[in-house]
Design a protein around this ligand. Sequence first.
Ligand code: MN
Length: 191
Amino acid sequence: MPYTLPALPYDPADFTDFVSPNTFAFHHGKHLQAYIDGANKLVQGSNYEGKSLIDVVMTSSGPLFNQAAQAWNHEFYFNCLTPTPQAIPEKLASLLSANFDSVEGFKEKFAASAVGNFGSGWTWLMQTGPNKLKIFNTSNAGNPMVDGFNPLLTIDVWEHAYYLDYQNRRADYVKAFLDHVNWQFVASQLK
Ligand code: MN
C-alpha cells in the first residue's frame, strides 16, 4: 500500500495567531505531499516495499530515510498543534517541572533550542527513560527516535514552516507554536 497524505486533524482557518492557512496549504499540501511521493517512489521495488513508514524510518538511510523521515516528522508535527490553547495535563506538567525546573523553564529551553537550531531541522521533546525527558535538535530529516528515544513533541524549524508569515523572525514563530501545542496529544505519547 502506498503512503498517503494524512488529513489535518483541524481546520487551518481556526488558527488566528500562529501561521496562515496559506502556510498550512503549502506545508501540508505541497511539502508533506512531496515527501510522501518521494518515499513511495523510493520504496517501490526495494526491500522496503510494503513496510510501514515508521519501519522505513527506523531501518533505512540515505535518500529513502530523508523522504520517509520527513513524511513521518511532518505528520507528527501537525498532530502536535491545536488552534485552541490547552492546559497541560497534570502528569505531563509534573514531568516537565521535574526535568526542566518548571513548565516555563521547559518552554524557555525548548524555544532557545529551536531558535538556535542552525539551518533546517527539527527541535524535539523526547522521553529518554520512564520519567526522563530531554530536548534534542536534529538537522534536515533527523529524528532521535532512531536512537531509541520516544518522541513527545516536535517543531519544524525549516524556513518553509514559517517564512511566508514570519520571514526571518523564527523566534516569533517558535513563541506562537508554544501557544498552540496540543498538550493532550503530547501527553498521550508518554510511555
Ligand atoms: Mn516542514
